[in-house]
Write a protein that binds this ligand. Sequence first.
Ligand code: AMP
Length: 112
Amino acid sequence: MCLFCKIVNREIKADVVRENEHALAFRDIHPAAPTHLLVIPKRHIAAIHDATAEDAALLGQLMLLARDVAEEVGLAENGYRLVVNNGRDAGQSVFHIHVHVLGGRALAWPPG
Ligand code: AMP
């Protein structure tokens, strides 16, 4: 079972900020910004590139949950960034799709 499936099943502890029927939001263990959350589906999908048309509603729910948790942790006013890394060149290290929610400082663009 993958690392994030274990977090969903509570076999590995995480600092969970929000949970609903389909998704989970928790704090990244190595924050890349003052606030860094991850939003994941409870169902295993390895990467955005593996998603299908049947996953469209679930992917939409991830974005809305990311928006809601950003609001909840106080990022809405100054702004925040949502990031989905896919594959090696993007630096994806956990192969269970996740949306990074980054904020709490001005973020450089373009990313490295
Ligand atoms: P990515 O590089 O896009 O695949 O992002 C994976 C993210 O998962 C990284 O930012 C890691 O810091 C984070 N991460 C890895 N293990 C854990 C964990 N046990 N709890 C919370 N975040 C984790």
